[in-house]
Every structure is written in structure tokens, then in C-alpha cells.
Design a protein around this ligand. Structure first.
Ligand code: ZN
Length: 240
């Protein structure tokens, strides 16, 4: 099976469409949350995920948009974007986001937004934090997002190896346990503004990261047109 794994779309439909087109024929699409927030097209992104039969989990922005979480913990720009998101999304979008689970296990993989020990909130940004997640991981593979940075933590003889992938990087899992992050579709933060995603090949037991260009300027224009914070639009061009 070839499975496209995507995360942190953040209501960026152009980036999502570019990723789906580049991934081509896949057997499944798994999403890791933060479907909405920051970007200009929350309803359309949710509709597109439903259309392709994507399965996945709730992120902190999804929970806030669905009003199952407060927004007092957001910084100023994120709060303004979330207030806008809450005001414009359709009731059907809100209920779909509210119904997402915070963890989902499919075969030997578990999907979360943040981490295994704290699915909504924790950022996995170091090997020690990844080790705690791997200890809490009930399956062989874990997939997470939240940091918007592509990376993998692979368990080998009790040690944790850190893999920092580029476009086209292939990780051969060879039966090992790993926590893998595809990077962000709609708001990358690793200095590369291209949309990030990965493909899991369950037969070859490999993960391959990809980057794909999309029309950033049109998304920035759409964000400005609806009054979303300029800083959120500007950061898309630099991938931070
Ligand atoms: Zn996010």
C-alpha cells in the first residue's frame, strides 16, 4: 500500500491540491491535524479531505475552530485568524472537526497531531522528547505533525537516530520503530516554502518525503482579501 501522510494544511487549499496532485494514485490519505487555522479556505479544505476519504486526527487549531478548546493560549495573530475561522466555517465543517479523534491507529501505525503522550499539545522537537513518545507508542510506527518540520526519530538498539530529510529522501524502516513527521502542507516552518508531505510504502517498509511548489502569492492575496493578519501571509513566502 502507498499511503500519503499529510499534516498542518491550515486551510491552504492550493497547497493541499498541489500535494494531492503530486502524490498521484494512493491507497489512502492520512492526515495529522491542523486542517484549519491561519489560512483562507477552511470549508474547502475540509470538503476536499472528505472527498478523498482522508482519515486522521484533530489538531489544536481544529479543536479551537470546533470550539471544544478555548483560544486564550493563541498568540495575537493566531487568535485573530481563529476568530475569523470560527466566524466563517459552516456548521457541517465545525461538526466534522469536532468529531475527529485525537489518536487513530491503523494497522501498525498510530496517528497523532502533537505527540503520543500529549496528542494535541506537545511539540516533539528533540530526541529525548521523541524517546518519551516512542515509549508511549503502542504500535510500531507513529506519525505526528504540529512542528511543521519534516523529521524522523528511529529506534535502533535502544538508541534514537534523528533523520532530517530533504525533498526525495527515503527512509528504509527495515522493521524498526519510528516516529515520523511529514512536515507542513500549508505553512512549512523549515525554511523551505514548498508544501511538504510523505508517502509510506507499507510493502517496501519505506517513508519518502516530498516537497511541491504551489501558488503562494494567490494564497497570500486571498488571506489579505479576507482580512487575515499580514504577518501570517508573509511567512508563507519564506517557510517560517
Ligand atoms: Zn499547525
Amino acid at each position: 500500500m502507498r499511503i500519503a501522510v499529510i499534516s498542518d494544511i491550515h486551510a491552504n487549499l492550493s497547497a493541499l491540491e498541489a500535494v494531492l496532485a503530486a502524490a498521484g494514485e494512493v491507497d489512502a490519505v492520512w492526515h495529522l491535524g491542523d486542517i484549519v487555522g491561519y489560512g483562507p479556505e477552511p470549508d474547502a479544505v475540509v470538503a476536499r479531505l472528505r472527498e478523498v476519504g482522508a482519515v486522521g486526527v484533530q489538531g489544536n487549531h481544529d479543536a479551537a475552530a470546533a470550539e471544544v478548546l478555548g483560544i486564550e493560549w493563541f498568540n495575537r495573530d493566531a487568535r485573530r485568524a481563529m476568530e475569523w475561522t470560527r466566524a466563517v466555517i459552516a456548521p457541517e465543517t465545525r461538526s466534522w472537526l469536532a468529531a475527529l479523534p485525537v489518536t487513530l491507529t491503523d494497522g501498525d501505525a498510530t496517528l497523532v497531531h502533537g505527540s503520543l503522550r500529549d496528542p494535541i499539545w506537545e511539540y516533539v522537537t528533540s530526541a529525548p522528547v521523541a524517546r518519551a513518545s516512542l515509549a508511549a507508542l503502542g504500535s510500531r510506527l507513529g506519525f505526528n505533525g504540529h512542528t511543521h518540520i519534516p523529521i524522523a526519530y528511529v529506534e535502533e538498539d535502544g538508541a534514537v537516530e534523528v533523520v532530517g530529510p530533504g525533498d526525495g529522501s527515503v527512509l528504509e524502516l527495515r522493521g524498526r520503530r519510528a516516529l515520523v513527521n511529514p512536515g507542513g502542507v500549508g505553512q512549512p516552518r523549515d525554511g523551505d516554502p514548498r508544501a511538504a508531505y510523505l508517502v509510506l510504502d507499507t510493502t517496501a517498509d519505506t517513508v519518502t518525503w516530498h516537497r511541491v511548489e504551489y501558488d503562494i502569492e494567490s494564497v497570500q492575496a486571498a488571506m489579505r482579501a479576507v482580512g487575515l493578519p499580514g504577518r501570517l501571509a508573509a511567512r508563507l513566502a519564506v517557510g517560517h
